[in-house]
Write a protein that binds this ligand. Sequence first.
Ligand SMILES: NC(=O)c1ccc[n+]([C@@H]2O[C@H](COP(=O)([O-])OP(=O)(O)OC[C@H]3O[C@@H](n4cnc5c(N)ncnc54)[C@H](OP(=O)(O)O)[C@@H]3O)[C@@H](O)[C@H]2O)c1
Length: 330
Amino acid sequence: MAGKLMHAVQYNSYGGGPAGLKHVELPVPAQKEDEVLLKIEAVSINPIDWKLQKGIARPLLPRKFPFVPSATDVSGEVVTVGSGVKNFKAGDKVVSILSPMSGGGLAEFCVAKGSLTVPRPPELSAVEAAGIPSGALTAHVALTQYAGVKLDGTGPQKTILVTAASGGVGHFAVQLAKLGNTLVTATCGARNLELVKSLGADEVLDYKTPDGAALRSPAGRKYDAVIHCTTGIPWSIFEPNLSGNGKVIDLTPGVSTMMTFALKKFTCSKKRIVPLLYSPKGENLEYLVKLVKEGKLKTVVDSKYPLSKAEDAWAKSIDGHATGKIVVEP
Ligand SMILES: NC(=O)c1ccc[n+]([C@@H]2O[C@H](COP(=O)([O-])OP(=O)(O)OC[C@H]3O[C@@H](n4cnc5c(N)ncnc54)[C@H](OP(=O)(O)O)[C@@H]3O)[C@@H](O)[C@H]2O)c1
């Protein structure tokens, strides 16, 4: 592929939103020893992609401009394989999660670590596969490592609240939680109440109603863990809804979360809020892909865009009202 050009989308500076995205021709990247080169069939957009453009990790990320957005969740076909990658060959269909540091997903080709690439079974379309990585991995880590839910259904029953259960992470969190021994309450907008119920939630609250805004379980349940997938809910709302050892797992921790986290730790409080941090693992991605193959988990797709309309996908994510995943198809 040396010297071949591809269509890609990049931005040249912080800020600018969808209008800051530029369509360019770039050389197809060359894979390193531990990487595979993929022809991308589908890539999903996550809030972190446009938050990085906005400057959330300034000046650390992006490391340099111009930057082809991370758009970390890709599905495609292996073109070439680095000498250190033993488990793939040209022509294999795969799913990968890219590093937000290196970026590269909004393009026709990208390089991915062999260790973060897993086979895509024929039962999965490229679009549903590209919806899996960040959303499902985040939900999986939050539930298994932070909330202590065992997805084989063993272990004591836990009461779980998922906020923004209609979003890219939340819709996976509801489904995964229900594989465990859990009672799940979920919040979403009125238009998605039926969808979230169909994903397995035992109770669904419209976040724009007084009970929804108060996170109040209709059955009077107190939550052992909250998989908190939205922002702007203060500790004073969570606190009365938590069980004695209840924990809020905050996916988007801001200053107030970090202050409450520190205070609760300092005072040895049993009710806590914790920021979610994790590094993706290939074995977990493989497990999640297997669940989708077996029909135990599904990707809800909000919308699909061609690469030529990547800025519309970007705008849709910034808008904050996706139901499931936003996918771009090069
Ligand atoms: N820490 C990590 O590693 C990590 C990983 C992944 C994601 N995240 C973060 O997690 C958050 C969620 O990501 P996502 O991809 O799921 O976002 P998303 O798909 O953009 O979420 C959109 C959904 O949220 C719903 N929503 C918005 N405000 C709500 C509220 N107050 N109550 C209930 N539902 C609400 C919207 O419903 P309506 O349209 O009805 O308003 C919409 O369906 C983002 O901030 C993201 O950056 C963190």
